[in-house]
Design a protein around this ligand. Sequence first.
Ligand code: NAP
Length: 315
Amino acid sequence: MKTGKIALVTRLSPEAETMWLERLSAVMPGEDIRSFVTLTPDEYVDIEIAIVANPDPAHLAQLTGLVWVQSLWAGVERLVAELGDFRPPIVRLVDPELARTMGEAALAWVLYLFRDMPIYAAQQRASQWVQHPYRRPERTTVGVLGLGELGATAAMRLREAGFNVAGWSRSLKQVQGITCRAGEDGLEETLKTSDILVCLLPLTAETRDLLDARRLALLPRGAKLVNFARGPIINTPALLAALDTGALGHAVLDVFAVEPLPAASPEWSHSAVTVLPHISAATDPDTASLIVARNIEAYRADGSLPTAVNLHRGY
Ligand code: NAP
């Protein structure tokens, strides 16, 4: 095993790339971490590890000696899609702090919908004093699509807050206090019974357009939806049509097919949509740097790699 340089390959702003270079170098003083753009072609071949954030796939492909790629993000959909035939193992960020942040976001935005905050905000703008009935959380079912690192944590936070929680995943899970389902029947049952639906699935060939007009129509009338995963999992025209007719009550959207959301997009001005600029759970540079350092330390010690993304499954 070589102990050569590590390449930092990103399409971040120069300031953000410098910040990462400093943080990573600080927690790995024994490693020589270099921005890809400062490497010479002679140095490419000796590089076994690339730490990446939105990398240019053409840059990665020039690192012909790569053994593995460590992503600074939890979601690696774009990286997997862009890699083409050059497919070294990709290790995504698995960070308990990120899961905690996403659990907090799930709780915050579910409570926003549960306590009718969008309705009261609209009423205030119209100087309307109208009290809506309160329904206890245990009488409200929150469906969570995806029970992975983030979805399972979100489901547990919602359960702790008193909601009736149901989760759906590819393989059937067992999570204390949560009704777990899998398969198409499990999805349909989850949709039919969810007052609020939270999406925390990865974007794959199977989940693209998963929430289309037919499946959205299974949700109870007036149901609300939160998408923290990836925009293309939900069919946007079908979602907007369901919000227009009142079939769905409100959508909190943190992710979009095109980001930043273009100014002309109808979501910006839709009264039943809350637009968030992809903020539900950002990577924490402090905790992420330490996790990356631990992964690299283990690799240097005995060549072991953390669990890599299953490129066939797409997540
Ligand atoms: P993960 O640990 O890989 O979990 C994914 C979950 O989705 C698993 O439970 C998996 O089922 C399930 N799943 C995948 N494909 C499925 C299918 N076809 N049918 C049913 N269930 C399926 O991923 P994670 O760390 O929780 O992250 C989830 C996603 O969150 C990321 O991919 C990313 O898109 C998004 N994210 C968003 C933000 C943000 O700020 N908005 C931040 C980080 C991540 P199994 O358990 O059976 O494998």
